[in-house]
Design a protein around this ligand. Structure first.
Ligand code: 16G
Ligand code: MG
Length: 541
């Protein structure tokens, strides 16, 4: 047998403890941490095979991101820093659901299917967030890798974007950057400091922020950055780990509650940056002079940075194609602003980072952002070469573009790198957060959840904007939407929760809530709703 100890170790140390079928989804495997030992062991096994398959190092990140502290999860990172290939998501699901007894057989089947020489060397790079359960789960993953004959490089506690960066740099021989934490901090912070060498203040821009670390690993990463960026940006840090992870704070809290994060003293006029539990998402909060709270989300960030890149690009004279990728959740006002006012083409992708990432690759410079604050910018090789050459030739806009390229972590959404990019753009424009927010006004919007017996009855097309089944539901939605001038609504099955999500937009909040409720009722009626219809009806009464 090729995998001699795999079954014994599983039975003795990491027996399968969950009977129900679980699936490798957009966020990998995620659940209560107590149910994950065997999953992590098995993902260690699978990562080893994937490493042999690709002849490159594979990443294993242990985190449940913005979920409560009692949860945990695991995601695999492919060789170029991307999300795991779709075919391997299927292998992951098969392996995790197999009985302990047949693990060796299932591994062999995967190896046969993929044509893998299992005697080959394998390298797995493991990282984890600050959750108390993460260390134990790390041990399970490491045991998996070693049992399958692979070698482990344990990065310890790190953010999700850093593991993507290190996997990328390790596999490309250091072309993208030095494959160490120090290399990561240096690359980004040097570029940031250089771009504001003339002075950190400019116009209405003040180099000062409040930082909400969500009591997670982002707080630790920020402490490192502070040591590297010095006086270029004055940061006061909160939620550094003294409170509960993601509890009443962090990027997800700010986005879903549209509120100032707990644990950070309210201060008018100073930007507050919130990251999530693994630091791949970012939100800005701001209280303006009149005391009004403003939330600046992924759409606001995307339009800000795409507009700036567009400006630098046209000033540089370089002929490169810039585009923005959003999802159906992007506020309609942001799409209209970026397309009509700034002339940047926009594509819509399905929810989930891999879809946006893929879509962004069609541009020379592809900006992608989800409204929830996950996003980055990707540069094609041709774009990189052209920008660097023009920068060498002292084209000043290209020099700036080249600096910006180093601030950005192209490998995945990176909260702190995104923050430093936003700060760079605000600085260059001499803008306060209020100026930034005034670029366009969000349309009122509302999200609702509907429980149904089987959410897979909802299927969609056109980047989730059109519902295909149940047949007739889209007709109903169209009719409901036509009752509102400039209304928009769509429904989709969640990839991370057992629910159907409803999104609605209209010119006023009252109309928006009405439309959302009507569409939610249509889902309940036509897709096998199991909840209380009256509760849906009285949602915002
Ligand atoms: C996952 C996705 C995120 C998406 C969210 C949608 C990745 C790495 N993460 O967290 O991009 O916004 O799922 O959740 O792809 P939903 O399907 O429950 O709406
Ligand atoms: Mg996250």
């Amino acid at each position: 047998m090729t995998f001699p100890k795999v079954v014994t170790v599983a039975k003795e140390q990491y027996p399968k403890s969950v009977k129900k079928e679980i699936k490798y989804g957009t966020a990998g495997f995620r659940s209560n941490a107590a149910e994950l030992d065997f999953v992590l062991y098995r993902m260690g096994l699978l990562a080893t095979l994937r490493s042999q398959d690709t002849g490159a190092a594979i990443g294993v990140m242990i985190t449940a991101s913005h979920n409560p502290v009692a949860d945990n999860g695991v995601k695999l990172v492919d060789p170029a820093g991307e999300m795991l290939a779709a075919a391997w998501e299927v292998h992951a699901t098969t392996l995790v659901n197999a009985p302990d007894d047949s693990l060796d057989v299932v591994l062999q089947e995967i190896a046969n299917k993929a044509g893998i020489d299992v005697g080959k060397k394998a390298m797995v790079i493991v990282g984890r967030d600050t959750r108390p359960s993460s260390e134990h789960l790390r041990n399970a993953a490491v045991t998996g890798v070693e049992t399958a004959g692979g070698q482990v490089w344990d990065l310890g506690i790190i953010t999700t974007p850093v593991i993507h960066y290190i996997v990328t740099c390790h596999n490309d021989g250091g072309k993208y950057g030095e494959p160490t934490m120090e290399g990561y901090y240096q690359k980004i912070s040097k570029a940031f400091v250089k771009l504001r060498a003339d002075g950190a203040s400019n116009g209405k821009y003040e180099p000062e922020i409040l930082f909400d670390g969500a009591n997670g690993v982002g707080a630790l990463a920020m402490e490192e950055f502070v040591g590297h960026i010095g006086k270029a940006l004055n940061t006061t840090r909160y939620n550094k780990g003294d409170g509960i992870l993601n509890h009443m704070c962090g990027a997800d809290f700010v986005k879903t509650q549209q509120r100032w994060p707990g644990g950070v003293p309210e201060q008018a006029g100073i930007r507050c940056v919130s990251v999530d539990g693994d630091a791949d998402r970012i939100m800005y909060s701001f209280i303006d002079a009149s005391g009004k709270y403003l939330m600046l989300d992924g759409d606001k960030i995307a339009t800000l940075v795409a507009g700036y890149l567009q400006e630098l690009l046209s000033a540089s004279g370089l002929k490169l194609k810039l585009g923005l990728v959003q999802t159906a959740y992007a506020n309609g006002a942001s799409t209209e602003y970026i397309q009509k006012k700034l002339g940047v083409p926009v594509s819509c992708a399905k929810t989930g980072v891999k879809h946006l990432h893929h879509e962004a690759q069609q541009y020379d410079i592809g900006v992608y952002f989800e409204a929830n604050g996950h996003g980055t910018v990707m540069f094609s090789q041709a774009a990189k070469d052209a920008i660097r050459a023009a920068a060498q030739a002292k084209n000043s806009s290209a020099e700036k573009l080249s600096g910006v390229m180093d601030i950005i972590n192209e490998t995945v959404g990176d909260a702190i790198s995104d923050m430093l990019f936003v700060e760079t753009v605000l600085h260059a424009r001499g803008w306060s957060a209020a100026d930034w927010n005034n670029a366009y006004t969000d349309l009122p919007n509302r999200q609702m959840k509907v429980t149904v017996a089987d959410r897979s009855v909802i299927t969609t097309t056109d980047a989730e904007r059109v519902c295909v089944t149940p047949v007739g539901l889209q007709d109903t939605i169209n009719k409901l939407v036509s009752g509102f001038s400039k209304g928009r609504a769509f429904v989709r099955a969640s990839g991370t929760e057992d629910i159907v999500r409803v999104y609605a937009e209209a010119p006023t909040q009252e109309e928006t809530d009405k439309l959302a409720v009507q569409v939610a009722c249509a889902v309940h009626d036509q897709a096998g709703g199991t909840g209380d219809r009256n509760a849906i009806l009285s949602s915002f009464a």
